[in-house]
Design a protein around this ligand. Structure first.
Ligand SMILES: Cc1cc2nc3c(=O)[nH]c(=O)nc-3n(C[C@H](O)[C@H](O)[C@H](O)COP(=O)(O)OP(=O)(O)OC[C@H]3O[C@@H](n4cnc5c(N)ncnc54)[C@H](O)[C@@H]3O)c2cc1C
Length: 477
């Protein structure tokens, strides 16, 4: 029996009759120990929804595997039925809609174990950074997580993974020892630098969701415990001046510091603490992981230049690193986009300030623009990585919006697009894969690869997934 794969109905239903679908679902349910949900089942909505509430996909079938054997069975089932396959762990980075596909929801595969001697963590497909960080810190070690411990380790790592230790230790994808992969034809493979090196290379920042399901990853851990980190909040009006100053200051900094300048419009919501609620700021944020006194003196350069309205930089255990970005943990309807920049010019700074910070009385459509200082180990890792384009640039721009009302989606989408278009003369045109979502993830992902790498990735993809059934992640073709 074949479930329609190319033209799902607007509801995401396949051509299957209800009776046929019931029998197909029962067949899959018999083969795996985890749950299987069809659109009529009570657990369907909970299993299809993730962190980003804008992703409202309606898969034909959802499998919630308990282990890698379940994943292999589900993938073989999809191959036999001719189903497209989408993967979701936390739903922080949804790709193109999974309507009518088999969705593999890995959220039950949350095992984390630490080997303090080898300085590695073995992490299951559905685990978030929080338990990996917490367990690693018991041994004085840290993984290369990003701005929030709420994101999934595997999805983050497959897309690169640029966090607050990035300039010192590189992207998370640079620090992978091996992946356990279920290929699109349902075969389990252990891939590493010595076993299937081509696939290993592709997964290290190139193939999220496109060449199989990663069931476990073994990552390196680094000796980081106490850091000097936080935010300086300056007035929104200072944004053009602060961005210009940051563009000259940041490139001189040690790799112990990963920092960013952020234009932030805090929403007028109860969950936002009072000093920030409904206000806009220009923020200097980051994390120093070297000698703490030296770190304090580096941030003093900003304090001595101008006293901030709020000063939140402090010594903190790395377990508290979520305090740097203060990302939301409850699901939100969000849009995000990105550009790599070789430099942050005065013109680009002015465009960002005028388009992101609201004029008096206007509602901001962009929540924040963050320009992270890259370079250091982020740049050094570029040549060996599939996502080599852009990542040797000096700055990474992320633009993010919340869509509080579906009627505003079009307005928010155009605000982000028009800002990118205005910035076009000042950016490289290369995307950072982890900051692409929805259709943009498939439309722009090849811009992250040099032509030689794109061809190599396309060849790996063609060998593993000739029918392109894994078409809901990064596009390699
Ligand atoms: C609040 C917030 C903060 C963020 N901060 C950072 C940051 O600091 N640095 C950074 O680099 N990124 C950051 N991101 C982006 C984030 O890393 C990506 O969205 C990432 O893809 C999320 O992975 P996930 O598994 O949590 O999400 P999901 O939406 O569940 O997965 C994202 C995609 O990854 C692929 N994928 C997931 N699991 C597997 C698997 N087991 N096998 C194969 N493919 C898989 C799929 O294609 C899936 O569509 C942030 C995102 C948010 C929303």
């Amino acid at each position: 029996m074949t479930i329609q794969t190319t033209s799902p109905s607007p509801t995401g239903d396949s051509d299957l009759t209800v009776r046929a679908r019931t029998s197909v679902l029962a067949d899959l349910a018999d083969r795996i120990s985890g749950a299987v949900h069809g659109p009529d089942d009570a657990g369907y909505d909970a299993a299809r929804c993730g962190f980003n509430l804008l992703s409202d996909h309606r898969p034909a079938v959802i499998a919630v595997p308990s282990n890698r054997f379940d994943v292999a069975e589900a993938v073989r089932f999809a191959a036999a039925e001719g189903l497209r396959v989408a993967i979701q762990a936390t739903g922080h980075g949804p790709g193109p809609s999974a309507d009518g596909a088999l969705l593999i929801n890995t959220s039950e595969m949350t095992d984390v174990s630490i080997d303090p001697i080898a300085r590695t963590a073995t992490v299951g497909a559905g685990a978030k950074w929080a338990p990996a960080l917490e367990q690693a810190q018991r041994h004085g070690l840290a993984p290369l997580l990003g701005s929030t411990t709420d994101v999934g380790v595997v999805g983050y790592t497959l897309g690169g993974g640029f966090g607050w230790l990035g300039r010192k230790y590189g992207l998370a994808s640079d620090a992978v020892r091996s992946f356990d992969l279920v290929t699109p034809d349902g075969n389990p493979l252990r891939v590493s630098a010595t076993s299937h090196p081509d696939i290993f290379w592709a997964l290290k920042g190139g193939g999220a969701g496109s060449i199989g399901v990663v069931t476990d990853v073994v990552i390196d851990l680094f000796p980081v415990t106490t850091v000097y980190a936080g935010n300086l909040l300056y007035s929104a009006e200072d944004a053009p001046e602060i961005m210009r100053r940051f563009s000259e200051w940041a490139p001189d900094q040690s790799e112990d510091l990963t920092s960013a300048v952020t234009l932030m419009n805090f929403p007028p919501l109860d969950i936002v603490p009072e000093p920030f609620r409904g206000k806009s700021f220009t923020m200097i944020r980051g994390c120093w992981s070297g000698d703490l006194d030296l770190g304090r003196s580096v941030i003093d350069e900003w304090r001595n230049w101008k006293t901030p309205e709020v000063d939140m930089w402090a010594e903190m255990p790395f377990t508290a690193a979520d305090a740097i970005s203060m990302d939301p943990t409850d699901p939100v309807p969000a849009m995000v986009t990105t550009e790599w920049m070789d430099e942050l010019t005065g013109e680009a700074a002015d465009i960002l300030a005028s388009r992101v910070l609201p004029s008096p009385g206007a509602m901001p459509l962009i929540l924040f623009a963050e320009i992270r200082h890259a370079g250091g180990a982020v740049s050094r890792g570029a040549a060996a990585s599939p996502n080599d384009r852009g990542r040797d640039g000096t700055f990474l721009l992320e633009l993010a919006s919340i869509v509080p009302d579906p009627q505003l989606a079009l307005a928010v989408e155009s605000a982000l697009r028009l800002t990118r278009e205005a910035l076009a003369p000042f950016v490289t045109g290369a995307a950072y894969l982890n900051f692409l979502e929805g259709e943009e993830k498939s439309e722009r992902s090849t811009s992250a690869f040099s032509e030689a790498n794109r061809r190599r990735l396309a060849a790996i993809k063609a060998a593993l997934d000739p029918e392109n059934r894994f078409c809901h992640g990064v596009s390699l073709v």
